[in-house]
Design a protein around this ligand. Structure first.
Ligand SMILES: Cc1cc2nc3c(=O)[nH]c(=O)nc-3n(C[C@H](O)[C@H](O)[C@H](O)COP(=O)(O)OP(=O)(O)OC[C@H]3O[C@@H](n4cnc5c(N)ncnc54)[C@H](O)[C@@H]3O)c2cc1C
Length: 223
């Protein structure tokens, strides 16, 4: 099943990341945290589909939102994203994804790996059932996606880690075992991990060493 999505508007959320809002087809169903693949409906790009995560809520029937980081060096789909404009179309396929809502827990994200957690945390905020901790790792302060929104979510504890800027306003460092042991008091809870593959592997291994149960670590392979 494919869907043609029409862009309503696009706006920057950081220096290299954009929020795209599309019309939502009536039968486009998904769970918070899940992704689709889409290709640009442009000559030469229709076979180049890439995975992107819906960041709007499943019960928001009037729109589909994505938050997409652009990589100009890839010469690929995300390089074209900043130039999209209202009325442009993408071709999306079915939704899927291993990261879905398993209740409150610790959310550990690297860069654009935050995207599955946007809808899940928005959903918790809406239900008033937060009691979550977000550990969000980035290179520099200006790479932090939607910081203001996370800061305003009642009941969400935030720890922003920055590894490539000596004068950071946040916590200096990466989500390694030592850092996780300092930031997390209780390892008997649900952990959500998303980001580059090597980061996910390292965090999963650290969490297990620190006492987290394998079946309570929710991840997506292939980022
Ligand atoms: C389930 C899932 C959900 C995702 N959701 C989101 C999301 O919501 N938002 C988001 O921003 N991202 C998301 N991603 C990541 C996103 O899919 C990738 O960033 C995207 O596919 C990159 O596409 P691209 O065409 O720009 O580059 P690619 O397809 O990665 O590469 C295009 C070309 O660039 C070259 N290239 C690749 N890497 C490099 C490099 N490091 N340096 C130089 N050249 C390179 C390669 O030769 C390749 O042919 C998700 C990933 C997964 C698996």
């Amino acid at each position: 099943m494919t869907y043609t999505l029409t862009l309503q508007h696009i706006k920057p959320v950081t220096h290299d990341t954009y929020q795209l809002t599309f019309d939502r087809p009536a039968d486009f169903d998904f769970e918070a945290g899940q992704a689709t693949h889409f290709a640009l409906d442009q000559e030469g790009w229709r076979d180049e589909d890439r995975p992107f995560t819906m960041t709007s809520l499943p019960d928001q029937k009037d729109k589909l939102e994505f938050v997409i980081k652009s990589y100009p060096s890839h010469d690929g789909v995300t390089e074209k994203v900043p130039n999209l404009k209202a009325g442009d179309q993408v071709i999306a396929d079915n939704t899927a994804g291993a990261i879905t809502d398993h209740g409150p827990g610790v959310f550990i994200a690297g860069g654009a790996g935050i995207t599955p957690f946007i809808a899940i945390l928005r959903s918790h905020a809406k239900m008033g059932e937060m009691d979550c901790h977000l550990i969000f790792a980035n290179e520099t302060d200006k790479d932090i996606i939607l910081q203001e929104e996370f800061d305003q979510m009642a009941g969400l504890k935030t720890s922003y880690l920055v590894s490539g800027q000596s004068d950071t306003a946040h916590i200096s460092g990466k989500p390694d075992k030592d850092m996780l042991s300092k930031l997390i008091a209780d390892f008997d809870q649900t952990f959500y991990v998303c980001g580059p593959g090597d980061m996910v592997d390292a965090v999963r291994s650290s969490l297990k060493d620190l006492g987290a149960a394998e079946d309570k670590i929710i991840t997506e392979d292939g980022w």
